[in-house]
Ligand binder design. Sequence first.
Ligand code: ADP
Length: 298
Amino acid sequence: MKIEIRDLNLIYKNGNHAVKDINLDIEPGMFGLLGPNGAGKSSLMKILVALMKPSSGKVLIDGEDIQKVRKKLRSCLGYLPQDFRFFSRLKTWEFLDYAGSLAGLKNRRERLAIVDDLLDKVGLLEARDRKANKLSGGMKRRLGIAQSLIGDPRILVVDEPTTGLDPDERIRFRNILSDLSQNDIIIVLSTHIVSDISSTCHDMALLNQGELVFSGSPDKLVKEAEGHVYNLSLTQFEYEGIKDTLHIITSIPSETGWDVQVVANDVSGYNSKPIEPNLEHAYVYYMEHKLNGSGIAI
Ligand code: ADP
């Protein structure tokens, strides 16, 4: 299975050019789509699941244009939109059972077995009799994933699933997706949270203002930031003087002032020491520094 995105553009009626000339190949496993709010992630995902037509260009799944095989696509695709809502008053298992009927699972006994299997997969079996709309935010999101897995999709598209979740739930959610991605399916996960793109994503893309600015492995992105991340020890006075001109990633108060991690091209003084970049550093380096071309040297 393979998704090929070719020369894709989306221009909304009001003229917003949300997706600009995107070319991208997505293979089985977990694929992370990272970018700030407004970058075009949701727009791209809605095209991927054929909810919106592109203004130009196309998306091919195993060589077939999705606009021409929409019906077939439905049966191999699971989608969890950003603003997923529940029918109120249904119990958790009833909600999934209903979703199963809508998806065409006619045999009640088989459907119930599938419902419990999915609840187990997302860690909600014990909550099966609770009202779906009374579940916690994280549990609702997991129920959303269970719902999108009905029909055993080969492609799962998940739009910003971790927004508003606490760190425990975020990790739990990521682990569920990571387990699922072992089954030779394509999972496309969009997020504006760098830590959602963990080492479990074999491949990723960075979107900014509708443009694809990076694609490759997370390791490749990190490599690009090597030599551009420094630790500085600053006095309070020095810190006040330069804090607004630097791309600061973390600032930690120290006995003598501040220890800060910055992204910069070249640093001398301030007890600067180069450090190994991580994905968050690399993201800041790419988005704020490399793209804006500020090339700060201090
Ligand atoms: P993201 O998911 O990365 O936050 P979106 O795809 O939601 O980004 O939005 C990309 C751009 O398209 C933004 O500038 C947004 O304001 C604009 N946009 C999104 N939906 C619409 C719409 N229905 N009509 C016009 N502009 C839109």
